[in-house]
Design a protein around this ligand. Sequence first.
Ligand SMILES: [Zn+2]
Length: 332
Amino acid sequence: MQFPDFAGNQEIKQLLDHMFTEGRLPHAVILQGEDGLGKRMLAEIIASAAVCSAGEKAPCGKCPGCIKAAAGSHPDIHRAQGTGASRSFHVEEIRFIRSDVYKKPHEARYRVYLLFGAHTMSVQAQNALLKVLEEPPEYALFILTCPSASALLPTVRSRAQIFSLTPPSLEEAVQAALKKCPQVTPREMEEAALRWGCNVGKMISSFTEEDRAAATALAVSIAQAACAPQELPLLEMTAPMLRDRELVRQVMDYLLLVFRDACAIRAGSDALLAGSGDAEKAARMLAGSLTRERLVRLPQLVRETRERVDRNANTPLLVTEFCARLRTLTGK
Ligand SMILES: [Zn+2]
């Protein structure tokens, strides 16, 4: 099995290659890791390999199986996902799969079910899936993606092999991201790699998504408002986050950098992650106005909030609590 353009994660690639070559792929695989690490990409590579006719060199990218897989039209690959909201991955979807999985593959060796964002499966849906995972037909291959497998029922987890994706090395990350963003200079990309912890997906989207700019601006405003005298601006400016989970993610990712910078400045370091300009001003303001004890709790608060987003906590509640705790920490 080969992994075109999939950076890093050498151990996972070796293991998958070995299992694939020996014909011993598990019936269920869970790919876990934060957004941007390539869970979906790896899931698609495994699915293509499973329907490719090139043997050990699968996916070859050229055979009819690979071409159909890439076009999303292979009859033996079924893709499903929720809307991203909590419990939005419905039991009806799994019921369909249960009736579908016992039909023999149309043309490939495997019948592949890609379940993206599996953490949004309702408990009912997970229990329905469990019934198939307990006695899957020989040719069935389930690939689930989620930020953390801990969001799934233990019974589901125990039926699957879990692979944890990690960021590649700096060099690999820069190389992989540059392929997708040829307009960016290697130096700029290296800075992005340092900023985003070599998370290739985040590096790419920091150059491509307009949303990213809006989220960054909002994060800076929140950092500024944290030191401002009234409560109102903070609540007002976080209002768009109440209904937008992805925005919360992006804001938290950037806010973490600003808060880390505030800690660094306080410690006398000039190695800033969030960049210069307003982000730096906000970080300096925080560093100058808070005790060291309180400062170090800011990144902690953001990390906790970020983890709760991934675990599908109620978004409005999460944002409201975040504002309240931020206020307490900044002592206003
Ligand atoms: Zn192929």
